[in-house]
Structures are given as structure tokens and as C-alpha cells.
Design a protein around this ligand. Structure first.
Ligand SMILES: [Zn+2]
Length: 130
């Protein structure tokens, strides 16, 4: 019997393969009560890729501070703007591909998460209608 997915908005990351998914992409969880520890973090669903449990990705202020503190210790902290250019591009491309693979609903959710207003999305759709 499957439970869930209990997907909320935003990204969910697989505990095993590390892939990120949007909520609607997650699968229901097999053997839910055997795999979840009472009092532990609630998984949001099952990875469509490898079948392991996925957990919501939360904004982690501590992680941002940790990385920024590391960057400040580098020799040329003023020329560091390019350091993660390629990594950010790849991460954004993966998020975009994930959204596109999830159809119109996933695409709309992606744009809303990026801060787009409903009006702007509707206008973008209208623009494609010629
Ligand atoms: Zn996985």
C-alpha cells in the first residue's frame, strides 16, 4: 500500500540519489510505516528515479552563512563573483527541465516559485497564442 505523497510546494531532494523534484513529481511511498522513524523528519514522497524517500528542501540560512564565511577566507575575495556561475547555471537548468517534464502545472508552479505573478504568466501564455 502506498502513502502520500505529502508534497508541498518547492523542491524535494532524494535522500539516496540526491536528485531534486517538484512536489507533483513525487510518487506515493511503499511500506511507509516501515520506512519512517517516529519523531523523525517527515518524508514528502518517493523518488521517481530510484524509489528512495525524498525530503523537502528548506531554505538553510546556516548553510549560506557557512559558505560565505569560507569565501571570505579565500585569497581574492573580490574576484569571486564567477566562482559558482557554471554550477548555478546547471542547477537552474535542472530545475527548469524538471518543471518542463512535469507539464503545464509544473511549469506554472515553477514560475510562481520564481516570483512571477499570475498576471505575468497569463500574459506569457497569451503571447504564445499569436
Ligand atoms: Zn532517488
Amino acid at each position: 500500500m502506498k502513502e502520500g505523497p505529502f508534497a508541498e510546494e518547492g523542491q524535494h531532494r532524494c535522500d539516496n540519489c540526491g536528485k531534486a523534484w517538484t512536489g507533483p513529481q513525487l510518487e506515493g511511498m511503499d511500506d511507509f510505516f516501515e520506512r519512517v522513524t517516529p519523531g523523525g523528519v517527515m518524508p514528502s514522497g518517493q523518488c521517481p528515479g530510484c524509489g528512495s524517500l525524498c525530503f523537502p528542501v528548506e531554505k538553510n540560512e546556516a548553510a549560506v552563512e557557512e559558505v560565505m564565511a569560507f569565501v571570505k577566507g579565500l585569497k581574492n575575495p573580490d574576484s569571486d563573483a564567477w566562482l559558482l556561475d557554471e554550477v548555478v547555471h546547471d542547477a537552474a537548468a535542472h530545475a527548469a527541465a524538471t518543471a518542463n517534464n512535469n507539464g503545464l502545472q509544473g511549469q506554472v508552479e515553477f514560475l510562481v516559485e520564481q516570483g512571477w505573478a499570475a498576471k505575468e504568466i497569463v500574459k506569457a501564455i497569451k503571447d504564445t497564442q499569436g
